[in-house]
Write a protein that binds this ligand. Structure first.
Ligand code: SF4
Length: 123
């Protein structure tokens, strides 16, 4: 959105006295409309201090991949190594060994309790 705001600023700042930009997203399928506002100075500072250095790194093939919620919009998410590594790291918690084992008195079976399921029993 901030890149679009920069484009709008570039296109219209000669015509209007712009001090701030209001950015609105319409997501009709989610029945969501969200708006945020940024001052012209904040936007230009972000462009100079964040966008330009990051874009320069990406152009050179450098920089770091950063997986997150934003990946849902990425065209290469199905083949992205960083996203896969992040998801595999999260999946480890599903297979984490429990901190304690307890025996069920009547059956002599060991109960393993994990954080992510009610109870798994092994005999
Ligand atoms: S899927 Fe990979 S390349 Fe795409 S935004 Fe996520 S981390 Fe970046």
């Amino acid at each position: 959105m901030m890149c679009y705001a920069l484009g709008a600023l570039e296109a219209f700042e000669d015509l209007y006295d712009i001090n701030g930009i209001e950015m609105t997203i319409f997501q009709l399928h989610r029945e969501n409309v969200s708006t945020s506002t940024i001052s012209k100075d904040e936007l230009l500072t972000w462009a100079t201090e964040v966008l330009m250095p990051t874009a320069a790194l990406a152009y050179e093939g450098k920089g770091e991949f950063k997986a997150g919620d934003h990946c849902q919009f990425c065209k290469v998410k199905a083949t992205c190594r960083k996203r896969t590594e992040t998801n595999l790291e999260l999946a480890k918690y599903d297979f984490e060994m429990p901190a304690t084992l307890s025996l069920t008195p009547n059956t002599g079976t060991a109960s393993i309790k994990s954080n992510y399921s009610d109870e798994n029993s092994y005999s």
